[in-house]
Ligand binder design. Structure first.
Ligand SMILES: Nc1ncnc2c1ncn2[C@@H]1O[C@H](COP(=O)(O)OP(=O)(O)O)[C@@H](O)[C@H]1O
Ligand SMILES: [Mg+2]
Length: 293
């Protein structure tokens, strides 16, 4: 009995320590600008990690580099490694990356309308993902699509499967994108500002779905957001990014109770919750030093 308990404890400790993603000292530049500067970031199995920082700080570039979807004409990776489990994905060719995208890593973006094809029904679009990744016949693919749409909270999935993207609301389209992203049961879901375009109530529903599915599928999530309230509610750890660098990496509760960097402190002080209407908003400085601990 006691031995079983110890074994269980070790097993769960080890499982939580499995590294799904390990970015090591990633440097990316355009021909005249440094975009990422020694960015390191780790995600363990089942963790939801927040990546926060002002617009232009390098969050999306970090995400796109994980999928090898950088705009190669505009920027290049100078140095660094990106390990997915034990493999450095920067050494993969395009064919190998296609296997990884959608099989091991999926991504959802801010504006689902641009990622959905307007001339095909959502059923056909999700089925297509199955037929590529799961090798299913049409009936089986349909069955799986309906169950996925149900899971992400699309009403009457048997009917909705025949709808076109423009017949759905913004929130429903984002749910469809999540269903599509999850159809191959990825180890890692990257969500780049997935709810920024949605109203507050829909935003909360979508984040709850992502969080529930993370637990059910034992998936890891990299959640890119500028909303610290979202981070506080859902993320285990947070990376704060500023001008292409990671300024700090903390457990979520530590970030809020004892932020290390003055930039993080200022960021926390600009939250609406600590600034009742009428109170003057604190000012975010133009420049923060990088080794200020
Ligand atoms: N295709 C591109 N060509 C040139 N510069 C780019 C391109 N994409 C992003 N950048 C630059 O890289 C930096 C980081 O951008 P990004 O990762 O999109 O920021 P964030 O997602 O944090 O708002 C910005 O300075 C941006 O102007
Ligand atoms: Mg972005």
């Amino acid at each position: 009995m006691f031995n079983n308990f110890i074994q269980y404890l070790f097993k769960s400790m080890n499982e939580n320590n499995i590294e799904i993603l390990n970015i090591q000292k990633l440097n990316i530049s355009t021909f005249n600008n440094k975009i990422l500067n020694n960015v390191s970031l780790k995600i363990h199995k089942g963790e939801m990690i927040g990546l926060v920082g002002e617009s232009g700080s390098g969050k999306s570039v970090t995400a796109l580099s994980i999928l090898a979807l950088l705009d190669e004409k505009a920027m290049k990776i100078d140095t660094g490694k990106i390990f997915l489990s034990n493999e450095n994905i920067l050494e993969k060719n395009e064919k190998e990356m296609q296997e990884i995208r959608g099989n091991k890593i999926s991504m959802i973006f801010q504006e689902p309308m641009t990622s959905l094809n307007p001339v095909f029904t959502i059923g056909d679009q999700i089925n297509e993902v199955h037929s590529i990744h799961n090798n299913l016949n049409r009936d089986k693919a349909n069955e799986l699509t309906i169950s996925l749409l149900d899971k992400v909270g699309i009403p009457n999935p048997e009917i909705s499967i025949k709808k076109y993207p423009h017949q759905l609301s913004g929130g429903q389209r984002q749910r469809v994108m999540i269903a599509m992203a999850l159809s191959c049961r990825p180890k890692l879901l990257i969500a780049d500002e997935p709810t920024t375009a949605l109203d507050v109530i829909v935003q909360a529903q979508i984040l709850k779905i992502i969080n529930d599915l993370r637990k059910e599928l034992e998936m890891s999530v990299l959640l890119i957001t500028h909303d610290l309230g979202v981070v506080q509610d859902y993320c285990d750890r947070v990376y704060v990014m500023y001008k292409g660098r990671i300024l700090e990496n903390s457990k979520t509760k530590d970030l809020f109770s004892k932020p290390k960097h003055s930039y993080t402190k200022d960021l926390l002080n600009t939250r609406p919750a600590v600034n009742p209407p009428g109170k003057e908003l604190p000012i975010i400085k133009e420049d923060y030093s990088f080794d200020d601990e």
